[in-house]
Design a protein around this ligand. Structure first.
Ligand code: NAD
Ligand code: FES
Length: 296
């Protein structure tokens, strides 16, 4: 059992929890995810790690209520426990294994959209701890839905906030801020990391391609079971079949076929759609577990 040491509501439908999981906290790196399961019958929920404390042995997760399982999860209080809490899973962010001196010379831009701010945080924090100040753009629908502002301010080089309705920070989308920084202010970036809703990552990538800024995205939103068995997170990257939970979650955003991934995401929601995907994709429908039936 994995005890919840802190449970906090960050904004409407968005919750933060610190969970005691010493083995994961000892080994995890930014970019990786865990799978949480509340009880025997509960759904597996893959969530990118938001923070970790190796000394306290805790993992911080942030999640949004999107269905019955996350609704139940939001009801967990301090002292309650998860039955399973598995990780760290997936590949760590690429920069973690880069030569630090080379990395220090790079100008990095992070683009966080809504709940996607949570997985951006450990990356920016890791860089800060290694003496690298990255620029960070955080976008939210409105001031009430903005999360982790103080935490991000403490680790970012420059923090730019945008809200869709202009209730806080600049009025506009994260892509408007990218344009302003690069085209109006003349800032130069060697790499961009964009994490948020699929539609945001798609448009951020279209823009950074035009601006010639290599861009990494995290495809956690298309995962369902996170174990390579359900086939939900199948995605074309540079024409090759990949699975976000097994091969990612981070990919070269300029090579990701977002339209196909978003269409699959919609189809995956119905049994009819899943059956169609299985029929069309045959043996490549699943993510490498070697056995069919993840759907059933
Ligand atoms: P949201 O819809 O409020 O969008 C957040 C910001 O993204 C907006 O404020 C805007 O600046 C930007 N954005 C949205 N649409 C855009 C567009 N068409 N062009 C340019 N920018 C755009 O976000 P939310 O409701 O907090 O998002 C929830 C989504 O985030 C879920 O789909 C969830 O799966 C996803 N998410 C992704 C990750 C990840 O690892 N990629 C992690 C957690 C959550
Ligand atoms: Fe099910 Fe990746 S999330 S195969």
């Amino acid at each position: 059992m994995y005890q919840v040491l802190k449970a906090e509501k960050l904004a409407q439908n968005i919750y933060l929890m610190d969970v005691k999981a010493p083995r994961i906290a000892k080994n995890c790196q930014p970019g990786q995810f865990i799978i949480a399961k509340m009880d025997e019958i509960g759904e597996r929920i893959p969530l990118t790690i938001c923070d970790y404390d190796r000394e306290q042995g805790t993992i911080t997760i942030v999640f949004q209520i999107v269905g019955a399982s996350t609704e139940r999860m939001a009801g967990l209080k301090e002292g309650d426990s998860f039955r399973d809490f598995t990780g760290p899973l997936g590949e760590a962010s690429e920069f973690v294994s880069e030569d630090l001196e080379v990395l220090k010379k790079k100008k990095m831009l992070f683009v966080a959209g809504g709940v996607g701010t949570a997985p951006v945080y450990p990356q920016v924090k890791w860089l800060h701890e290694h003496g690298i100040a990255a620029d960070v753009i955080v976008g939210a629908k409105n001031k009430e839905l903005l999360i982790l502002e103080e935490e991000m301010k403490a680790v970012a080089g420059n923090l730019y906030i945008a809200t869709d309705d202009g209730s806080y920070g600049t009025k506009g989308l994260v892509t408007d801020v990218i344009k302003d920084l690069v085209q109006s202010q003349g800032k130069k970036y060697d790499v961009c990391v964009a994490i948020g809703p699929m539609i945001m990552m798609k448009f951020a990538c279209l823009l950074t391609k035009e601006l010639n800024i290599p861009t990494i995205v995290s495809l956690n939103p298309i995962m369902v079971d996170g174990t390579g068995m359900c086939g939900a997170c199948r995605v074309s990257v540079g024409g090759e079949v990949k699975f976000a939970c097994v091969d990612g979650p981070e990919f070269d955003g300029h090579l990701v076929n977002f339209d196909e991934a978003m269409k699959r995401q919609q189809m995956y929601k119905t049994q009819e759609g899943r059956a169609m995907l299985k029929l069309k994709e045959g043996d490549t429908h699943h993510g490498g577990c070697g056995q069919c039936g993840g759907d059933e």
